[in-house]
Design a protein around this ligand. Sequence first.
Ligand code: MSP
Length: 489
Amino acid sequence: MKNNKFYITTPIYYVNDRPHIGHAYTTVLADVLARQQEKQGKDVFFLTGTDEHGAKISQAAKKAGKSEKNFVDEKAASFVEVWKKLNIENSNFIRTTESAHVEAVKKAVQRLFDKGFIYKGDYDGLYCTGCEQYKNSEDLIDGKCPEHQIEPQMMKEESYFFKLSQFQNVLKEKIEKGELEILPQERKNEILSFFGQELKDISISRAAVNWGIPLPFDEKFTIYVWIDAFFNYLTGLGWNGDQLIGSSVRQFKTEEPKGREASENDKLVFFPPDLQLMSKDILRVHATIWPALLLALELPLPKKIYVHGYFTIDGQKMSKSLGNVIWPEELVEKFGVDGARYLLMSSLAFGQDGDISWEKLTEKYNSDLANGLGNLISRVVKLNENIKAQAEENESSGKANGLLVEIKPKEALDEIWKRIAYANKKVEEAKLWEFIKTDAEEAKKVLSELLGLIFEVSKEVAPFMPQTCGKIVEILESGKAEILFPRIK
Ligand code: MSP
């Protein structure tokens, strides 16, 4: 199998509300990495979408006084719209209420049943609707789900179970060996220590939830929303529920059309995902249930899972009831699309949580974009009006690119901004404003170097800020300074 495809996914987001900056972070990151891989010549497929079934969505629809169908259509549209505003170029947007997804999930679950991976039993346990998961009492703090601050409900029902326990050893080994890589290392350790406890079989049917996919072999039940959701990573590529996938079936060929234009049948060659992005809230299920389903269906496992941190706002958990949610469209309105993308990508250090506030974002915008990058370009272009120096060709250190390959967007940006700071300092130290009158030759030399550096920077920022990259090149070519990032009060 040639190594020139790149399949990247975000989680599919619940449509109980419109997207906030947490969702935007994961999606922009996927977009940045997709653009980078594409620039490096890979055929890229970038999947995102929405998770639309289950009790949580049904309750939210009722609360809004709408039918489930109308409600999910409306919310899914808000995700599509916000991603457009953020200049996200996903290859497909998968919705779990699409009939092709529904049919594929039914077939897959039927196959799991036929192969003996599903059996009937009784379930009783504490269920958190926020997580759409049963909780162990050890997971709770003061009897409440720490994630949602609600007391899980006791539920007892007849249920079908998936034999997750059977996969404990093989999964543990694959994760240990890095066949299924989990980054950062702390998260991998966390999962491995979780494998120290016995994995329990999981209930995959719901008797009380109507808003879901009917269980094909017992239609009194619907399929548990997480099982439904995981299959998006396959149906998003056009999987119909029974095709085999992988190197044994098909070879990925260089000549095949680009992912973003691939025909229906070609898309399956992108499986398995090369990189799945998410944050820590959903790592455990992605490192257990998801790969176990794949093993049971004899499908290949994802290669890498990257777990990023959480945003807090002014030191607090973002929540609608606290009224501190930052919506991505507000960021775009205030800072422009590339400003918003830059600020998101520079907010979380590798694997760490990060705290943001409007104040901090505005400060960072002004210092890095209005002053740092914007100012550098307008100064250099103005200085060059008479001299007309040409950009000196220089090799990029490749550092920023390397950091981005390691999924360190903030660290990559920091590296690029070091070069910008160096260039701004050089403009001042070289006293170019005076030099240009007294020693035009010397000034020309320095300007050539600076122009070369700006070209490099424009390439390095391209995956993060695609429009800005184009604008910088235009400015340099026309020699006309233009304000890239107006200062904001
Ligand atoms: N529907 C499930 C995922 C199913 S995937 C088969 C789900 N949806 S969600 O809407 O809750 O999205 C969770 C994801 O959104 C996180 O894993 C993360 O990618 C992103 N974020 C949500 N809140 C976040 C923060 N406060 N900070 C950073 N990202 C977080 O779980």
